[in-house]
Ligand binder design. Sequence first.
Ligand SMILES: Cc1cc2nc3c(=O)[nH]c(=O)nc-3n(C[C@H](O)[C@H](O)[C@H](O)COP(=O)(O)OP(=O)(O)OC[C@H]3O[C@@H](n4cnc5c(N)ncnc54)[C@H](O)[C@@H]3O)c2cc1C
Ligand code: FES
Ligand code: FES
Length: 481
Amino acid sequence: MIQFLLNREMREEQDLSPNMTVLNYLRTRVGKTGTKEGCASGDCGACTVVLGEREGEHIRYQTVNACLTFVSALHGKQLITVEDLKSKDGSLHPVQQAMVDFHGSQCGFCTPGFIMSMFALSKNTPSADRHDILEALGGNLCRCTGYRPIVDAALAIAEQPQRADDFSRYEAEILAALDRIQVDTQITLNGNGQVCYSPVSSDELAALLVQHPDARLLAGGTDLALEVTQLYRELPKMIYVGKVADMKQLEEDEHQLVIGAARSLSDSYEALSRVFPDLGELLHRFASLQIRNQGTLGGNIGNASPIGDAPPVLMALNARLVLRKGDTVRDLPIEEYFLGYKLTALEAGEFIEQIIVPKPTANQHFRVYKLSKRLDDDISAVCGAFNLTIEDGTVTGARIGFGGMAAVPKRAAACERALLGQPWNHATVKAAMKALTGDFEPLSDFRASKEYRSKTASNLLYKFFIEQQSLTPETRVTSYV
Ligand SMILES: Cc1cc2nc3c(=O)[nH]c(=O)nc-3n(C[C@H](O)[C@H](O)[C@H](O)COP(=O)(O)OP(=O)(O)OC[C@H]3O[C@@H](n4cnc5c(N)ncnc54)[C@H](O)[C@@H]3O)c2cc1C
Ligand code: FES
Ligand code: FES
């Protein structure tokens, strides 16, 4: 049984397929059809809804793609859709009014999704700047209006003093209702012959997975749900990790960050980019805000995609995975996790519990570059992460990770060897670039040709070198937007 607030109405669902997405639930079970289906794959944002959750004394509002969110994720949360924004007295919400005033809608199909992204932004970042707005809207596509009027509407809201809406007026009531939902005990959702268990601690998760080694782990579902929405498969048994409180934690000391595998990509990258500022750019270019709010760091590794962005970064940063099966815990360097295409070192009944990332030492230089066809919401053709230690002009440490260059995310071993112990100069970099082309035999696909991948991968090392020089040339495409 799951329990959640549909705006301010408490709902309980007993007999519901755990394979049902929030989008289908809204449209077919509740009759709320304001939330649209465009792609059913997380790419267009037409299905954007907002999930509210207690954070301290207030509610944290996060956009997610309803098409990729299974209903188990609703337990204990407030689900807000475009129908809920109008005030009780019938007046439009300020973000809706701004879209009208700035002519931000033509056919209107994308509009509910944009409205929900703008609503969450206006609640979380009332004085948003242009950058915040572009980031918040990066996961919403519009085919006819064009983005200028929409961005203008968002800018206008940010310039207005924040106005009370029904969400601020009823916040205390909503918080009290959320508090009445029992979120610290395990729940199970059954329906249509499928089951989804939602444990609340890693101990419970470990026990359940040993008992049901055939179950699929569900985190944000931004990869897994595609099996249902795109491949029309059935997932008869799932274990949802989104309620496992201790796997969402971040622990930090002077030596390392320990990130719970169920921590969202938004929150994980926020912590990582405080320590490794260059990760900030990757954070903004990783999928869309909706996906980053929903997807997890553990899911990005667990999915074992050769083009996932976190694995090459974590390899370069010498990260380790804490893997757990029942009460047995083992610690594995991340590069030993990927054995072949979508093949990992995980045993049946085992899961990723934590990711340990050592903090940088003196003279360590870290950079990451993502090459993709679009700036926002696009998968990498190549992702290269470089972590070099340079002492007195000599390379004393080199860890280089690449995605998109092989069947697995992989370190550039020959390139690292060509750098180690060498003076950090043009000749060394040129030799290391040559070595790098021997490290990989990339494939051609619709994202990039093998020649492009090979050439750009070694050029990224050159870019790193240029950025390390005292000159400050503009090397980042993000600086121009
Ligand atoms: C529109 C769109 C854009 C995207 N853009 C990017 C991008 O730019 N870069 C990128 O890297 N990815 C991208 N992705 C892929 C996806 O969002 C990420 O891989 C995400 O991190 C997956 O996390 P999740 O929590 O949603 O995983 P889920 O879908 O829940 O799970 C993915 C897999 O990992 C397994 N798993 C989950 N948690 C664990 C665990 N703790 N231990 C072991 N196995 C586990 C699951 O069983 C499943 O097999 C995109 C996806 C979409 C739909
Ligand atoms: S329907 Fe396109 S992102 Fe959900
Ligand atoms: S108004 Fe038609 S797709 Fe945006």
